[in-house]
Design a binder for this molecule. Structure first.
Ligand SMILES: *Cc1c(COP(=O)(O)O)cnc(C)c1O
Length: 382
């Protein structure tokens, strides 16, 4: 079976993890801060806060930005459910902005229309979570200028996009988003098994995310409201969680991070080859966004004929090509339907979903495997 995505673990990664297992700290040691520093440097951000998943990173980002009951959080219907759920977990109302078929992400024109309507009824969002779908940053400059006019914060869900660039700068550099989140789940660009990180250039937001990541508890005297009672002393300043990353995960992450550049390069080459070899089929290929250099987490094609999607999917599976579909529109999930969303609410997203197919793409993919995928797809579409 050729998987749609797959982690790449080398001897160096294993050694790094084993070294931690033989060391003094399995958690709350030196590896997490070292990984955070390396990661912040890699994406040109001031602060990185590593946690046990990207979902946790999105959650602490929302909490640190003060999202609460009575607030509105908007995201794309075409994302993993976590991007929307974190708003709900903070007690906020969640809404969606329909995508366009160029970016597979929030359409800035739809966004502006929706903001104008929301302003009239006094329901402007506190936070918008655009998704760097497939590894490609969306039109962040437009979203950023709307954020200034309508006073919302931006959390970029770049779970797919570590190592990607936008307007010549790394995603996560903080020029467009208040907080950017990356995931280290094994199918993503680099992995820590489970894990994620929130990066920000705002020191206050970073401090607050660090606090919330670990029970809202601090041992930093400067943050306390009275003098320390002794070396054991700590204070809980607000309500927090235990979202900490382990030392083993951080060591794996730091080892993987050394290969971020080569991974993105390999993914880009594979995507280019797909582009050349699939261009005369009855499908739409991913369109590059101007100024964006994708990390190519996913290669999503859109079939012209939605009625054939299941058949093509099944045929490829039979040929041991593990295709996938990213994503089922979040507003069509039973949980969101209970909240009042209906099929038909976001027609472009639903059309996208009905025709989408993610074909295999991972750094260890061989030429032979890619040729086989191309060949099988051509057969399946015949
Ligand atoms: C993977 C993913 C997440 C969740 O990441 P975890 O690290 O598994 O919590 C969130 N959003 C998007 C777009 C993702 O692809």
């Amino acid at each position: 079976m050729i998987p749609y995505g797959k982690q790449d673990i080398i001897e160096q990664d294993i050694k790094a993890v084993v070294a931690v297992l033989n060391s003094k700290f399995l958690t709350q040691g030196p590896c997490v801060p070292a990984f955070e520093e390396a990661l912040a440097t890699a994406v040109n951000a001031k602060n990185a806060v590593a946690v046990n998943s990207a979902t946790s990173a999105l959650h602490i980002a929302c909490l640190a930005l003060g999202v609460q009951q009575g607030d509105y959080v908007w995201t794309s219907p075409i994302t993993f459910v976590a991007s929307a759920n974190v708003g709900r977990l903070c007690g906020a109302e969640v809404d969606f902005v329909d995508i366009n078929l160029n970016t597979y992400n929030i359409c800035p024109i739809n966004l502006e229309k929706k903001l104008i309507e929301a302003e009239k009824v006094g329901q402007l969002p506190k936070v918008i979570i655009p998704v760097a779908m497939c590894g490609q940053s969306t039109d962040m400059a437009s979203i950023k200028s709307l954020s200034i006019k309508y006073k919302f914060k931006i959390i970029e869900d770049a779970s797919h996009a570590i190592g990607a660039r936008y307007n010549g700068q790394f995603v996560g550099c903080g020029k467009y988003a208040d907080v950017t989140v990356f995931s280290f789940h094994p199918v993503k660009i680099i992995t820590t098994a489970e894990g994620g990180v929130a990066v920000t250039n705002d020191n206050k937001i970073a401090d607050r995310m660090r606090l919330i990541r670990s029970h809202g508890v601090t041992r930093d005297i400067k943050m306390m409201n009275k003098t320390s009672e002794g070396p054991w002393y700590y204070q809980q300043l607000e309500l927090g969680l235990n979202y900490r990353m382990t030392e083993m995960q951080a060591a794996l992450g730091q080892s993987q991070l050394l290969r971020l550049g080569p991974y993105v390069k390999k993914r880009t080459e594979l995507a280019k080859l797909y582009h050349e070899q699939l261009s005369d089929l009855p499908i739409e290929l991913p369109t590059p966004v101007t100024g964006s250099e994708s990390a190519w987490h996913l290669y999503v094609i859109l079939l012209h004929d939605k009625l054939r999607r299941k058949e093509v999917f099944d045929t490829l599976l039979k040929k041991h090509v593990q295709v996938n579909v990213h994503y089922i529109p979040v507003h069509t999930q039973p949980y969101y339907q209970q909240l009042g969303f209906n099929e038909g609410d976001f027609p472009v997203s639903e059309d996208y979903y009905s025709r989408a197919l993610s074909i295999p793409l991972f750094p260890a993919m061989t030429q032979k495997q890619q040729d086989y995928v191309v060949h099988s797809l051509k057969d399946a579409l015949r």
